[in-house]
Design a protein around this ligand. Structure first.
Ligand SMILES: Nc1ncnc2c1ncn2[C@@H]1O[C@H](COP(=O)(O)OP(=O)(O)OP(=O)(O)O)[C@@H](O)[C@H]1O
Length: 256
């Protein structure tokens, strides 16, 4: 049973068909890529999977739960899916540590009364949140900037904080929408390393949209290629790199 399955999913915006009969299975603890030219429908796929859009047609099943177009983004997060966006969306006036802690509050095991009366349960849960945040910051090599405000950090570090924050919701599946966008080449190398660490340490599934082929080809086990809302190829990095349709539509000769 796949962790996420999208079956014959179509998305229309008025007369525009942004996605047509899209099918995919994302397995547990896998690293998958979604690539294609601008406007191909990639972010639409993520918006559908994460509840930001409700599909015009088709089925989406995540962790045995069928959406039937009813779920909102916070409900999908509670099911165990987290995502990052093309544009960084951090709480820039809260410290890095607080960004990570606050994201865990959807999964807290205490209520308002526990907090008011400072119960044992409240203390234990708060400790768990702090310990988990420290572990994530350590894995992401962010411990040194835990008390900084994200807005004061270089862009590459802000991207990394965003990844750390997404991880803090305990996802089974992490969707990364162009994680390398705007990064310089040394930050890209760091990103590849950190995504690899996340995959190894947290044993989760990662599905990424990315234009930088170095990131996709070095990390992903399986890649799907979209063009004009339709899948034109699907396979291993080697198969995708040598697929004539993909080369023509997207990669060009220099990436081969
Ligand atoms: N909310 C919306 N309303 C109307 N059209 C939309 C909406 N969201 C996406 N589209 C259209 O759907 C098509 C696919 O867009 P999408 O953002 O999914 O492409 P993409 O492959 O992610 O592109 P990029 O690589 O540039 O981010 C585009 O033509 C886009 O203009």
């Amino acid at each position: 049973m796949a962790l996420l399955e999208m079956k014959d999913v179509t998305q229309r915006f008025g007369g525009l068909i942004a996605l047509s009969c899209f099918n995919i299975r994302i397995e547990e603890n896998s690293l998958t890529g979604l690539i294609g030219p601008n406007g191909a429908g990639k972010t639409t796929v993520f918006n559908l999977a994460s509840g930001f859009y409700h599909a015009s047609e088709g089925d989406i099943v995540f962790d045995n739960y069928a959406y039937h177009s009813k779920l909102e983004p916070h409900e999908v997060t509670n099911l165990g899916m987290a995502r990052t966006f093309q544009n960084i969306r951090l709480w820039s006036d809260m410290t890095v540590l607080d960004n990570i802690c606050v994201s865990q509050y959807s999964r807290l095991g205490y209520g308002l009364l526990d907090a008011w009366f400072n119960t044992g349960r409240y203390g234990r849960e708060e400790k768990r949140v702090k310990n988990k945040a420290s572990h994530i910051l350590e894995v992401m090599e962010l411990s040194d900037v835990a008390n900084e405000l994200p807005k004061n950090l270089p862009y590459g570090l802000q991207r990394r904080v965003e990844l750390a924050r997404a991880l803090s919701t305990d996802p089974k599946l992490l969707l990364l929408d162009e994680p390398a966008a705007g990064l310089n080449s040394s930050d890209v190398d760091g990103l590849i390393k950190h995504i690899g660490w996340i995959y190894d340490q947290f044993k989760i599934a990662i599905w990424m949209i990315e234009h930088q082929m170095k990131v996709v080809m070095s990390l992903c086990q399986h890649i799907t290629v979209l063009e004009f809302g339709q899948i034109i190829a699907s396979g291993t990095p080697q198969e995708i790199q040598s697929n004539p349709d993909v080369i023509k539509a997207y990669l060009g000769d220099e990436n081969v």
